[in-house]
Design a protein around this ligand. Structure first.
Ligand SMILES: [Zn+2]
Length: 413
């Protein structure tokens, strides 16, 4: 694993927050960093070159989606997900655990995790089909594309992720919801621990078998929902795992995280984790959550929100989110944000984007996505700079005060 490593460069006092650098076979990631999501090996509507230009240091693709289409063998033959999509930098794939358990139909609406423990009305919404079944060996699920049946086990997830060939891959875990009972969370946490062990064994085997390929780092995924003892135990258990000399190279902070207690829950985990290994907070991308995550020791983040919201004409500005279809923008011959250094703001006006969105032109998504991704990537880069400079907390106060000021005004009104 000589090509993979992590170095802490600066730390916050009185909390777990830090700045560092992750080394991968495809380059370095200066952390904290936001990793844009290219679910199906593309950040929707944006060229990889434009993602590079807007400052993305790495991209995250999804194992579940690429497994179904085009299939991991094809990505493997192409030389891995980065080569396939013409992205020369570092790549991540998530294990597919979250997707096979939620299947995009509405998490906690369609899944039955333990029929004995739950009243079915808690986990299956009326008229919804059950699309995934979990057992101790793995998950059987129905493809959202054609209804065909598939099965993921820890071993299959590792095989798929080795074929996809990302630099950083994640262990297959069971993602629970905050609605599951504590009894189920305990049982599930143990299942995730046993799956983590199986992932390490299979990852070791595949690394030896595919020794000509670039090395891949395997990160364990921590669960435990809203319970302090379970979160701490999960973090401790996974950081102590060692199968034939192979342990996790980093950790994904996963599972259901309620926004209210995000910082506390993240700190329970990071306090138990080894300082010298990087941590990724899965699926988090709102500005306030990113500050809380960085402050409590998460190093990288991913989220589909910046691009998904951009496609619905919602863009970030320093004073909060605005909707570009709003009539007030039809003569706004100024950038979305005056001092934004993105390609869109440098070359186009809000009035033009207003027109593109209203006339349903494809370029609207491209330009809005570039702005939103740049906004979030730059925000986390600034957190890194201010953490190193020693005034992270001042920056947090200044940014959030401005970003949420309109909400505050509304709530005071
Ligand atoms: Zn911009």
């Amino acid at each position: 694993m000589s090509e993979f490593g992590f170095k802490v460069q600066a730390e916050l006092t009185n909390s777990q927050g830090r700045a560092g650098v992750i080394h991968t076979p495809h380059g370095e990631i200066q952390t904290p960093a936001f990793i844009p999501v290219g679910t199906k090996a593309t950040v929707k509507s944006v060229l990889p070159e434009a993602m590079k230009e807007l400052g993305a240091q790495a991209l995250l693709a999804n194992a579940y989606h690429l497994y179904l289409q085009p299939g991991p063998e094809i990505v493997d033959e192409a030389g891995g997900v980065g080569k396939f999509m013409n992205w020369p930098g570092p790549t991540y794939t998530d294990s597919g655990g979250f997707q096979v358990l939620s299947l995009g139909v509405g998490f906690k609406k369609v899944i039955a995790m333990d029929e004995q423990t739950f009243r079915s009305d808690e986990v299956i919404a009326d008229h919804k089909e059950r699309l995934a079944h979990v057992d101790d060996d793995g998950v059987t699920f129905k493809s959202h594309l054609d209804g065909s049946m598939h099965r993921f086990t820890p071993e299959i997830s590792m095989q798929v992720q080795h074929q996809l060939g990302a630099d950083i891959i994640f262990a297959f875990d069971e993602c629970t919801t905050l609605h599951n009972t504590r009894k189920y969370q305990v049982k599930s946490l143990e299942r995730t621990r046993l799956w983590a062990k199986r992932c390490l064994v299979e990852h070791g085997r595949l690394t030896r078998e595919r020794s000509a390929k670039p090395c891949q780092a395997l990160w364990g995924v921590l669960q435990g929902a809203q319970y302090e003892d379970l979160r701490r135990k999960g973090a401790k258990d996974l950081s102590e795992l060692n199968e034939d000399g192979i342990s996790f190279d980093g950790f994904g902070l996963g599972g259901a995280l309620d926004k209210e207690n995000l910082g506390t829950i993240v700190s329970w985990m990071t306090e138990e984790l080894p300082r010298e290994k990087p941590r990724h907070l899965l699926g988090i991308g709102e500005p306030d959550d990113l500050f809380v995550g960085v402050e409590n020791g998460a190093d990288t983040f991913d989220c589909v929100a910046p691009s998904r919201q951009a496609r619905t004409s919602a863009v970030f500005t320093k004073t909060g989110r605005v909707n570009l279809t709003n009539a007030k923008f039809n003569r706004a011959f100024v950038p979305i944000q005056e001092d934004c250094d993105c390609y869109t703001c440098t070359n186009y006006t809000a009035a033009y984007l207003n027109h593109l969105f209203r006339s349903k032109e494809m370029l609207a998504s491209t330009l809005a996505t570039i702005h939103n991704e740049r906004f979030i990537v730059r925000l986390v880069d600034q957190m890194r700079q201010r953490l190193i400079a020693g005034d992270f907390h001042e920056f947090k106060k200044e940014f959030l005060g401005s970003f949420y000021s309109s909400n505050l005004k509304r709530s005071l009104a």
